[in-house]
Every structure is written in structure tokens, then in C-alpha cells.
Design a protein around this ligand. Structure first.
Ligand code: ASP
Ligand code: MG
Length: 411
């Protein structure tokens, strides 16, 4: 019999009414003859509340106890869905991470799944049961402690369970009906993509598209899990297929650019008149790395006098003040004259595996943006994406301009 993993996010299980709706989606797949494992998130807002309570309890809390607290939201929804399914005459039982077990590292709060033993779930299938699994959580076996996988981690639970069960499909149900060419709130013409390649999805997730946890896309890519993003708000009797995340070979007609993303979570730092000599980049970036601050875009200007240069880079907005402080503390070693910064900036990116085989894709964007009078503060490129840093006030204009430029308005 074919195996199917279905995952439902927080808004899909937000109330008992919504959980009953989820049960109808599950009922449809059971009736179609699949063995079904369902992975659930906590009710929407629940995990935030639990995290808030930990912070209220103590400014510096024990991360093991944080995991004990925040994992509880999924325990509730897994039990509730099993109750509702049973009431509909569908045999079902709930599984907590430790019961399966989902073995993880001991990085509490952001643990990695190391191994999943599918035996218990398979025995349940043999008894005709639907397995309702609490997402987001696992166990570190050597210490016997509960762990959680980082915010949004139940996506990763679902994909990892699909890999362990060698499931035919993993359907991620959420409150949108798929992956879009860009944010429809900014570009009403944004289109739902029928398919998107793993690598592209990975970039989109890393660039701030909240549809899937980054780690879940990595796991899906490595294990080639056929993953769909689809909506739990569709009629359970007549759902739409959503967006398939798949291998490059499974794409029939590849666009050069598949999507435009933007992230407001960037801040710019510029160091002026930095000595132009070996060791300076290390003097700047090693202390930031030691403080766990992720530097993204970096631009170093070639100096005309070969003595001093300007260096611009970006850090996450949340780390901006900390990064400034570190650089001020290291002013003597680095030897810059002035530190300038801006937080009212946004990173706009275009993503597409077609960029590998097409030249000049980014160049067209630079031209189009300058035609609109948008100044580019920094640029980064990789094989399948490029990003520009611009003033935040131009976000919508830039996203719309690129969306049109690459033919996505009529995708
Ligand atoms: N409930 C967890 C969170 O809000 C995990 C998830 O929903 O994926 O982050
Ligand atoms: Mg999520």
C-alpha cells in the first residue's frame, strides 16, 4: 500500500473546528487507500505563548526545560486529532517524538534529527491505524531529554518521517495554496507555481519566504522526498494539488527566474577609511563570527591611493546594534575612521536555476532598477540567485519591476 505523510501547520489546527476539517482531509486519503502518517504543529500562537512564558520565568532559562515547555503544544494537537479521527470511525493513535523515537542531537532549541526508527509506525499501519505525530520534537537518547527542532520545525519532522517511511509523498498543508512567484500582497499578479526545484525552494526559504523551514527543504532535497505545499483551507472533498517541490529533471519548462523574494531583515554597516592591507577582513569578520553574527553581503571598494578603502556589509537587523558595538570595541585593531549604518534597507532577490545557463540575467535587473531611479547599495550573486540591497521605501517598486522584467506577471 502506498504511504503518505500529511503535515498541518498552526492555522490548520487552530481550533477544534479546524482540527475536524483536518480530519476530513485525512479521511479522504485513508479512503483512497493510503497508509497515512499525519504530523501536526501546535495551535497557531501557542508556541509563541509558551516561549513567552519561559522568558517570563527567567531571563536566562535552561534550554532543556525550554524544550520541555515548548514541545507541549504539539502534544495537545496530536492527541486532539487522534480523538477526532477515532470519533469519525478512523482508527488512529498519537505519537510523541520520544515514543517513535525521533532521535536528535542535544542542541536544545534547534536540535537536528539524526535517526527515525519507522518500526512502531509501520506496526500501526499494519493494524490499520493512522499515526498522528507531534511535530517539532524529538529525544536525545543518551540524556533521555526532550528536544525541539527550532521554530517552524514540524515541516522538518514531516519530511524526515516521509524519508524514514519511504513515503510516496509528503503533503505540507498550510494557509496558502502553494509557493508563489512573489508575495501576492505586494504583487497582486503573483502566480502560484505548479513546480519549484529543491535548490530554488531552498533559496526562497533562506531569503525569508515563510512557507517552509529551511532545514525541511534540505532534508527533502537530500532524500528526494516528493513534497507538495498545499492549502488546508481547500474543500476536503475537492482539494487543489498545490506546488510540487521536485528535482530539476522533473521540470518541463524552466523559466530563467522562478521567483522574486525580499527580506527586510537586513541592516547595512559601512566602515570608512579602513587600512588596505592583509588581515583587515579577518580583524573585522572574525569577532562578528565569534559572536554568532551572520554577515551576508560584503563589498570592498578598491582604494585609489592603495592605503585606505571602504567596506560595506550586511547583518541581520536583530544583530545590528550588537555588531556596531563589537566593531566599536575593535576600532583600534581594525583602524577605520568612521562607522556608518542603515537599517531602513531591504534585500530584493531573484531566484532561478535557469541563471546557470543564461548570461546577463542580473545585468538586466540593474538596468531596470536604475531606469526606475532605484539606487543599489550592494549586490551579491550566486549560481542561481542574485540580490540587491536598496532603500526600504523602494521595496514594492523593485519587486514589481523585477517580477515584470522576468515575465512572471504572465507565468
Ligand atoms: N509550533 C512550532 C513553531 O511554532 C513548530 C511549527 O509549527 O512548525 O515554531
Ligand atoms: Mg510553519
Amino acid at each position: 500500500m502506498s504511504r503518505l505523510v500529511m503535515k498541518f501547520g498552526g492555522t490548520s489546527v487552530a481550533t477544534i473546528e479546524r482540527i475536524k476539517n483536518v480530519a476530513r482531509h485525512v479521511q479522504r486519503e485513508v479512503a483512497a487507500g493510503h497508509h497515512v502518517a499525519v504530523v501536526v504543529s501546535a495551535m497557531s500562537g501557542k508556541t509563541n505563548e509558551l516561549v513567552g512564558w519561559c522568558k517570563e520565568g527567567a531571563a536566562l532559562y535552561d534550554p532543556r526545560e525550554y524544550d520541555a515547555v515548548v514541545a507541549s503544544g504539539e502534544q495537545v494537537t496530536s492527541g486532539l486529532l487522534a480523538i477526532v479521527l477515532q470519533d469519525m470511525g478512523i482508527p488512529a493513535r498519537s505519537w510523541q517524538g520520544w515514543q517513535i523515537p525521533i532521535k536528535t542531537s542535544d542542541a536544545h532549541g534547534s536540535a537536528r534529527i539524526e535517526d527515525i526508527d519507522p518500526k512502531g509506525l509501520e506496526e500501526g499501519f499494519a493494524r490499520g491505524e493512522v499515526a498522528v505525530i507531534a511535530g517539532f520534537q524529538g529525544i536525545h537518547i543518551p540524556t533521555g531529554r526532550l528536544t525541539t527542532l527550532g521554530r517552524g520545525g514540524s515541516d522538518t519532522s514531516a519530511v524526515a518521517i516521509a524519508a524514514a517511511l519511504k513515503a510516496d509523498r509528503c503533503d505540507i498543508y498550510t494557509d496558502v495554496d502553494g509557493v508563489y512567484t512573489t508575495d501576492p500582497r505586494i504583487v497582486p499578479k503573483a502566480k502560484r507555481l505548479d513546480r519549484v526545484v529543491f535548490e530554488e525552494m531552498l533559496e526562497m526559504a533562506s531569503l525569508g519566504s515563510k512557507v517552509l523551514q529551511v532545514r525541511s527543504v534540505e532534508v527533502a532535497m537530500v532524500h528526494k522526498v516528493k513534497t507538495f505545499v498545499r492549502s488546508s483551507f481547500d474543500d476536503p472533498a475537492d482539494p487543489k494539488p498545490g506546488t510540487l517541490i521536485c528535482d530539476e529533471e522533473d521540470i518541463v519548462e524552466q523559466q530563467v527566474v522562478s521567483g522574486i523574494a525580499y527580506s527586510k531583515d537586513e541592516a547595512q554597516i559601512t566602515l570608512r577609511d579602513v587600512a588596505d592591507k592583509p588581515g583587515i577582513a579577518a580583524a573585522i569578520f572574525v569577532p562578528l563570527a565569534d559572536a554568532n553574527i551572520n554577515v551576508d553581503m560584503i563589498i570592498q571598494v578598491v582604494s585609489d591611493d592603495a592605503k585606505t578603502t571602504d567596506l560595506t556589509f550586511t547583518v541581520p537587523t536583530a544583530d545590528y546594534e550588537r555588531a556596531r558595538k563589537i566593531l566599536e570595541d575593535h576600532k583600534a585593531e581594525v583602524g577605520y575612521k568612521e562607522l556608518a549604518g542603515a537599517t531602513d534597507v531591504v534585500k530584493v532577490s531573484a531566484i532561478g536555476i535557469g541563471m546557470r545557463s543564461h548570461a546577463g540575467v542580473a545585468a538586466r535587473a540593474f538596468k531596470a532598477l536604475s531606469d526606475k531611479g532605484i539606487n543599489i547599495r550592494a549586490i551579491t550573486t550566486s549560481e542561481i540567485k542574485f540580490s540587491v540591497l536598496i532603500d526600504a521605501e523602494y521595496t514594492e517598486l523593485a519587486v514589481r519591476t523585477l517580477h515584470t522584467l522576468y515575465g512572471l506577471d504572465k507565468a
